[in-house]
Design a protein around this ligand. Structure first.
Ligand code: BES
Ligand code: ZN
Length: 903
């Protein structure tokens, strides 16, 4: 076999060959922070399992001198020199060829190499910070999904787990961190050598190294694990909140997974330049500053929640991901979907008043949105090239993933679910697992057909709408795949139906396999002849499907809501039905269009976009929320309202003024009730709502909001500590201010830049960036977009400005993207690059723009953005179709005017 080998056979492969596998890495790195370079050496203990003349491993952007490579078979006392070392950049591999077949068994491969500390926020990179007014470089690693190979040659796939012994040579005055605790430091004049304890067996993507000057806060969990939060010098107090959350979370997860935290310490650190939100490196979790730091005076409630959720998410990975690791990236969702779900579990324990499970519905809604595209993908997705991995860190892996886990948990029951999970973690600890393995553990633990059930959700894309009818005491169910384009897909699912009948104590669950099935529920529905009979499917909205009731059932559900029989989550799904009775206009139409769905608001919106329902009915529905009190529900109403305004600007600009007036009239009473200032002792959700509401009113151009904002802002500009502009309403005030800016009067814009430049709090910078492009004047938007490319904006933050582009300026942003594409392509990669495409292209709403985008990307396509380009263009087509159907709605103008001018 070895005789037939040739270097050619290793090219163009999705995975590394399996004839040799690493057991232990002895890795030494010596970063030169000033020169942005590093030198390193690695000695990898290998096991050679099959005869081979070649060793093939990953390496990218590294200089490997062939003379620095050798292989020492264990016990042989000799070192074999390779005859050839070939670097294949397109496959990111190193092919090391020997002129004899390597002996089977153990051996040590040594490689010396050199590299650059890049500024791309992946691999081994530099981040810039300020110390005593001076700019300094720190060295940081970000290896997930496949960039460890940019730091040292390695078997860079999650299933090649090994032990790591790391040694760093760094400037004496710096702090050097890695996954494990330091065992020894030897100072040698200006440099020191730092030795770290050997790690347990782990995947390469979780290895981490950081070198810089930091402060920290520290505490210990109740069972003695040392936890630190590292920050820039002078900012350690901002790490206290995350530290508290981490202490509690580590204890909670130890209980939940029934396995202790596997490492001797946990360090968490804020990195000023960071591509994603946070990264779960084993024992050394890295974060964006905004996701870790909390400033008592200047951070908002939303920032606090973000910190808590991100910390819980990353710590969940220490078990789910790090201790038990996905076998291949096809199973990425196991990591991300699970960590997302369990982070809510933790947040709900620690902050019950945040109602995070209601907020979770926003995760499902975002999952629904992506999964209703033809260009979506199954949760378990084939990965054939390393460039395809970044794009699947998306709403399918995270949000649909978390939603189907929640669905399964609520179907199996919390206790069975937790016990089976603990068994799974125990069985696969220090090893790798596939989606199948999790199902097997849950099937064993529950006795339910988990595999069959879940395959339909993870191996096929999309989701169903379940239509429900009651006939002759039987429940008739039918499922059809939902697609945003309005066409019907062919998907079919095993749907775990949960339902309750007349009260939450009468619950039933069963699996719905067929396309159409009748269920005899006469036992359960003994109350069915009662006058106040009602039935609610998808109890507490825990499942990932939409439900459509027939008119009879819908009106009975309305009765249940009116008499206050439903839980908050179920009201989220059905609330508008209850409010419709207060609404006088078009009752017949309402009956026909609105009563038949639950998850009503989002479903109606989705159906509207799919051309299956009129915009008019969606507007009626919005009006019906006038007494809503729940933050999550109102936030959703606001998002939808602003989306409608965006579409109307294209479809019927002449009606935009009236539409805005209607939306302002609808939102204003809520804002008046809340005011600009926090009431003493008021809750977290009010603080969130205040910011969301005032920002929306500002975006809609509400004069009173804008005037009040400007008044408060002017005081704030003079005194950043003024109580007049608390952090929760700052973004709203900035957006409001930008509504007063135009090309001949840019004072407001300049003032915001001043705030941006003077603050050292990332969350404040992000608030400013998010508002700069909300200006109605396209000339100013263009200037704001160019600001992204200036050295004043860190590459990690560009997307915040881009996301803030106002509805009138999407075409300006698209034009700008095309003009600057080459630069952007050079400066950004990974998920950040895909955001540029998604944020800029998706909101376009004409076929002409869709054609333009197709044409533009035709010659610029590459594996790392292909999926995003396809999905974004599909969205443009769907928007364009919606615009056309809005234009065709004859009575729309009248309805909008009626709404806008009713008293
Ligand atoms: N493992 C990811 C980080 C990551 C994302 C690495 C994309 C490579 C590519 C991490 O656990 C994560 O999911 N971070 C989230 C935050 C989380 C709270 C949803 C993020 O970065 O947004
Ligand atoms: Zn994650």
């Amino acid at each position: 076999m070895a005789a037939e080998q040739s270097a050619e056979q290793f090219r163009g492969q999705a995975r590394l060959p399996g004839f040799a596998a690493p057991r232990r890495y002895d890795l030494r790195l010596a970063p030169d922070l000033a020169a942005c370079a590093f030198a390193g050496s690695v000695a990898v203990d290998l096991h050679v399992a099959a005869p081979t003349r070649f060793l093939v491993l990953n390496a990218a952007e590294l200089d490997v001198a062939p003379g620095g490579v050798g292989f020492a078979p264990a016990g042989s006392g000799q070192v074999l020199q390779p005859v050839e070392v070939t670097n294949v950049p397109e496959d990111e591999i190193l092919i090391i060829c020997f002129n004899e077949v390597l002996p089977l068994g153990e051996g040590t491969l040594t490689i010396e190499f050199q590299g650059t500390l890049n500024d791309k926020m992946h691999g081994f990179y530099r981040s810039v910070y300020e110390l005593n007014g001076e700019k300094k470089n720190m060295a940081v690693t970000q290896f997930e999904p496949a960039d460890a190979r940019r730091c040292f040659p390695c078997w860079d796939e999650p299933a090649f787990k090994a032990v790591f012994k790391i040694t760093l040579e760094v400037p004496s005055e710096t702090v050097a961190l890695s996954n494990m605790p330091v065992t020894e430091e030897k100072v040698n004049g200006p440099t020191k050598t730092v030795y770290f304890q050997e790690s347990p067996i782990m995947s390469t993507y979780l290895v981490a190294v950081i070198v810089g000057i930091f402060d920290y806060v520290e505490d210990f969990t109740t069972d003695g694990t040392r936890v630190r939060v590292y920050t820039q010098v002078g900012k350690s107090a901002q790490g206290k909140f995350a530290l508290e959350v981490a202490l509690k979370t580590l204890v909670l997860f130890k209980e939940y997974f029934a396995v202790p935290y596997p490492l001797p310490k946990m360090d968490m650190i804020a990195i000023p330049d960071f591509a994603s939100g946070a990264m779960e490196n084993y024992g050394l979790v890295t974060y964006r500053e905004t996701a870790l730091l909390f400033d008592e005076k200047h951070s908002a409630a939303a920032n606090k929640q973000r910190v808590a959720v991100v910390v819980a998410h990353e710590l969940a990975h220490q078990w789910f991901g790090n201790l038990v690791t996905m076998e291949w990236w096809t199973h990425l969702w196991l990591n991300e979907g699970f960590a997302t779900w369990v982070s809510y579990l933790a947040a709900d324990q620690f902050f019950p008043e945040w109602n995070v499970w209601t907020q979770f519905l926003e995760e499902s809604t975002t999952g629904f949105k992506l999964d209703a595209l033809a260009g979506s993908h199954p949760i378990e997705v084939d990965i054939n090239h390393v460039d395809e991995i970044d794009e699947i860190f998306d709403a399918i892996s995270y949000r649909k993933g978390a939603s189907v886990i929640r669905m399964l948990q609520s179907y199996l029951g919390a206790e069975v679910f937790q016990k089976s999970l603990a068994a799974y973690i125990k069985r696969f600890a220090y090893s790798n697992a596939k989606t199948e393995d999790l199902w097997a553990a849950l099937e064993e633990g529950s006795g339910e057909p988990v595999r069959t059930l879940m395959h339909s959700w993870t191996k096929q894309q999309g989701y169903p709408v379940v239509s429900v009818k009651l006939k002759d005491g039987k429940l008739q169910l039918e499922q059809t795949q939902f697609l945003s384009s309005g066409s019907t897909g062919v998907g079919q699912w095993v749907v775990p139906i949960t339902l309750c009948c007349c009260s939450y104590s009468h619950q039933e669950k069963f699996l719905f396999h067929g396309k159409q099935e009748d269920f005899d529920l006469s036992g359960l529905m003994e109350c069915q002849n009662k006058e106040n009979f009602w039935i609610k499917l998808n109890v507490n909205q825990t499942s990932f499907y939409r439900v459509s009731y027939d008119e009879e059932l819908a009106s009975r559900l309305r009765y249940a809501i009116e008499t206050n029989k439903l839980s908050a989550a179920d009201r989220y799904g059905t609330l508008p039905i209850s409010s419709l009775k207060c609404f006088g206009l078009y009752p017949l139409q309402l009956l026909l269009h609105c009563y038949c769905l639950t998850g009503v608001l989002d479903d109606t919106y989705a159906l509207c976009m799919a051309g299956k329902q009129k915009l008019v009915s969606l507007l009626h529905l919005i009006a019906a929320y006038k007494d809503e009190t729940e933050y999550t529900v109102l936030a959703q109403v606001i998002t939808i309202s602003l989306n409608i305004a965006e579409m109307m600007a294209v479809a019927a600009p002449e009606e935009l003024g009236n539409l805005k007036k209607f939306l302002i009239d609808f939102l204003e009473p809520f804002a008046q009730k809340l005011g600009w200032d926090a009431k003493s002792g008021e809750g977290h959700l009010n603080a969130l709502l205040r910011g969301t509401l005032l920002t929306a009113l500002a975006e809609l151009g509400h004069e009173a909001t804008i005037n009040e904002a400007v008044r408060r802002f002017n005081v704030f500009l003079e005194d950043r500590e003024t109580p007049l502009l608390p952090p929760d309403v700052r973004k709203a005030a900035y957006v409001a201010l930008m509504q007063t800016v135009n090309k001949s009067n840019k004072t407001g814009y300049e003032s915001l830049l001043k705030i941006y430049r003077e603050t050292d709090l990332s969350q404040e910078k992000v608030r400013v960036l998010g508002s700069l492009a909300s200006c109605p004047d396209p000339v100013v938007v263009r200037e704001a977009l160019d600001f992204i490319l200036s050295p004043e904006v860190r590459n990690q933050d560009a997307i915040f400005l881009l996301r803030g582009v106002c509805s009138g300026a999407h075409e300006v942003a698209w034009q700008w993207l095309k003009e600057n594409w080459d630069y952007i392509l050079g400066a950004y990669s990974g998920t950040l690059l895909t955001y540029f495409v998604n944020i800029t292209v998706s909101p376009l709403a004409t076929d002409e723009k869709g054609d333009e985008a197709e044409e533009f990307f035709k010659s610029r396509t590459k594996a790392s953005i292909a999926r995003t380009v396809k999905q974004s263009i599909e969205r443009v087509r769907i928007n364009a179709q919606w615009v056309k159907s809005i234009k065709a709605e004859a009575d729309l103008g009248n309805v909008i005017r009626a709404h806008a001018h009713k008293q």
